[in-house]
Design a protein around this ligand. Sequence first.
Ligand SMILES: Cc1ncc(COP(=O)(O)O)c(C=O)c1O
Length: 332
Amino acid sequence: MIDLRSDTFTLPSQGMREAIYKAEVGDDVYREDPTVRALEERGAEISGKEESLFVSSGCMGNLIAIMLQAGRGKEVLCARESHIVCHEIGALSSLALTQPTIVESRDGIICPEALESFARPYSYDMADRSLVEVENTTSGLVYPPETLDAVTSFAKRNGMRVHMDGARIFNAYVATGIPVSRWARDCDSITFCLSKGLGAPAGSLLCGSADFIREARRVRKLLGGGMRQTGFLAAAGLYALDHNIERLEEDHEHASAIRQALEETDWAKVERYGTNMIFFSTTVSHEKVLEYFRSKDILFAPDAGMLRMVTSLNVDSQMTDCVIKAIKEFRA
Ligand SMILES: Cc1ncc(COP(=O)(O)O)c(C=O)c1O
């Protein structure tokens, strides 16, 4: 099978499995797991923040950031397409008790000029707009740095904090050469995932100031996220950071080749493309397209009313060539 459904389907390599096997572990709730501590130090270093916290998932990292920087009766400004709005089971309202306020966006990227109308002075009867959330990459697209700067500068001028959902921030780094610490520089917190293109089985890092992470550790426990000998997972995360960042470039090259093949057909139209993701519409039904590709052992899925292909370490150059061949041979 050639699996283009998501980079979350990546499996640990032999080297990663060995690192997991050999991990030195302890009780992380007592902060006695040396491998988790090493991973958290690395997270702080990479993000340029004072500290980081190992959490079970990107969803948990985002939720903790929202609980601490927004919370009950507050508002978070975000894009309509954002993962926190569309794919986190409404946790920001059901658990953080925060109201999402949708700002005009294009393909998940907030339009900074639209933000200005969201600035408002204190009022006793209005929710406090305390947080802006940005997602980078968002559906594979990298935030234009000047757009991010405009968003963070708006937040600063208006006394708001900024959280970056950087689930795939390493794709943004590899695509632009801009280090994660620069992407995160004007954000108060950032979450990044180890379990997507980096290929670890689970885990994300939430990064921010030492005060913020101290509180985040308490909220993680509150949510049932205090784990014990979790150094086994942290070892996979460290391995991923050591071995799997630069190779994301290959995923981007494969996505670019697939995108070009789709653009050359008369049955597909590329609607959105960046880093390792291609979204496209088709002149025939999605079912017909998916069935044809499934018959060639190629899997992908619909998303946001389009079809989506995602490259990852699941898909090597030979597999990419097979996908391109199948694209060329499809008859609508
Ligand atoms: C942009 C984005 N943010 C957050 C998440 C949540 O990550 P997790 O699945 O680890 O909870 C995902 C998951 O796919 C994502 O794509």
